[in-house]
Write a protein that binds this ligand. Structure first.
Ligand code: NAD
Ligand code: DAU
Length: 352
């Protein structure tokens, strides 16, 4: 039976990964280490409560003592590091925590893995460290071209700089000590359990409540959207079959300007809820994000050719599934949008 240390899996992608893995593998042990920051939410994991294949540990990936203890207790085959501060806007107002968690936390995990998996110049067999990274480390594209694994790193935001830095430490452990690693770099995910600070769930929540829809700049920034389950599948495939020391880009030629996403959500909710208060009049163009990357687009040829991965969910299907999920889970949304979220929203959008 394979044993995984998965970090940050009470957040959006990680919780989807837990469901994906437990559905796919009958015999598996997942140890989920999560600090439960504002973005971590045990409600995301209600569906696996009582399943002995998933063990939740509340704690910080920067905590050396705790992570070492987990390595001593479990014979991990894989570390899959999702844990991160993940929101670009928050990184612009508070970069330090991004360095702490995304850089220092990753280095701590690498060190603890090395202390357990490496002895007198030899690595135990069957071990691997998978770093879940982002296409944002490549910077921004113009109208043409795509990010390839060979594209030079050129991060712009404090968030993407911290992720690029973590990627470099992962590769440094591979190049220096021969650590068995992979890095995945994925484009924008969407789907169930995404915290409504991110574009799609924020807009769904605001549309439903007839709140203004804050579109940054001219609304023509382009993101390459991937349904979260397709990302989870890619991570599993890379963990299983990725060549050691390699980076794999994950994305699906699903590029859309932000304003297209917002108008799609408006049209869907208008029709589904038969609500005449829902219209494009809710759109409000606001001050642009500082250093706003113009366009992301992934070339997924490598993961397709080497591992046979492809994005199974077309955007038109994925966005309907996503809206269905948020409509069916109003209680989840009302819990995560109370209290601190209101303060965040007010502060974040006050000068917009
Ligand atoms: P998220 O913000 O929804 O979840 C992050 C999780 O990490 C939360 O549960 C949080 O509690 C936990 N966490 C934060 N700091 C921690 C710490 N110090 N110790 C332990 N746990 C901590 O993020 P997400 O959108 O699910 O992203 C997961 C990973 O995927 C991140 O590494 C992110 O950079 C990467 N990624 C995200 C996307 C995307 O579109 N969301 C795309 C590509 C890559
Ligand atoms: O590309 C992968 C990255 O995608 C991940 O590494 C990040 O963790 C994830 O947060 C996401 O980053 P983005 O900055 O692209 O996602 P966000 O949902 O914050 O914004 C998507 C686009 O929508 C971006 O161009 C900014 C714009 N936007 C966002 C918000 C929250 C708005 O116009 N208005 C908004 O209110």
């Amino acid at each position: 039976m394979k044993t995984y240390l998965i970090t940050g899996c009470a957040g959006f992608i990680g919780s989807n990964f837990v469901y994906y893995m437990l559905n796919k593998y009958k015999e598996i042990q997942l140890v989920n280490l999560d600090k439960l920051t504002y973005a971590g939410n045990l409600e995301n994991l209600k569906g696996v409560e009582g399943d002995p294949r998933h063990i939740f540990v509340q704690g910080d990936i920067c905590d050396k003592e705790l992570v070492s203890k987990l390595f001593a207790e479990y014979d991990f085959d894989y570390v899959i590091n999702f844990a991160a501060e993940s929101h670009v806007d928050r990184s612009i107002s508070n970069p330090e925590i991004f360095v702490q968690t995304n850089v220092m936390g990753t280095v701590n995990l690498l060190q603890c893995a090395k202390n357990t998996w490496y002895n007198e110049g030899t690595w135990k067999t069957g071990k691997k460290f998978v770093q879940v990274s982002t296409d944002e480390v490549y910077g921004s594209l113009g109208d043409e071209g795509y990010f390839m694994e060979t594209t030079p790193l050129c991060p712009h935001s404090p968030y993407s700089s911290s992720k690029a830095s973590a990627d470099m430490f992962v590769m440094a452990f591979h190049d220096t000590y021969g650590m068995p690693v992979n890095i995945t770099r994925c484009s924008n995910n969407y789907g169930p359990y995404q915290f409504p600070e991110k574009l799609i769930p924020l807009m769904i929540n605001n549309v439903k409540n007839h709140k203004k829809l804050p579109v940054y700049g001219d609304g023509m920034n382009v993101r390459d959207w991937l349904y979260v389950e397709d990302h989870c599948k890619a991570i599993d495939m890379v963990a299983e079959g990725g060549r050691l020391g390699e980076v794999y880009n994950v994305g699906g030629h699903n590029e859309r300007p932000n304003i297209f996403i917002v108008k799609t959500i408006i049209a869907q909710l208008h029709d589904r809820l038969q609500d005449e208060g829902i219209s494009e009049d809710l759109i409000q163009y606001v001050a642009d994000r500082l250093g706003h990357d113009r366009r992301y687009g992934i070339d997924p040829t490598k993961i397709k050719e080497e591992l046979g991965w492809y994005p199974e969910t077309p955007f038109e299907v994925g966005i309907v599934k996503t809206i269905d999920w948020y409509l069916a889970n109003e209680e989840w949304m009302s819990h995560v949008t109370s209290g601190n979220y209101l303060k965040y929203y007010e502060e974040m959008y006050k000068n917009k």
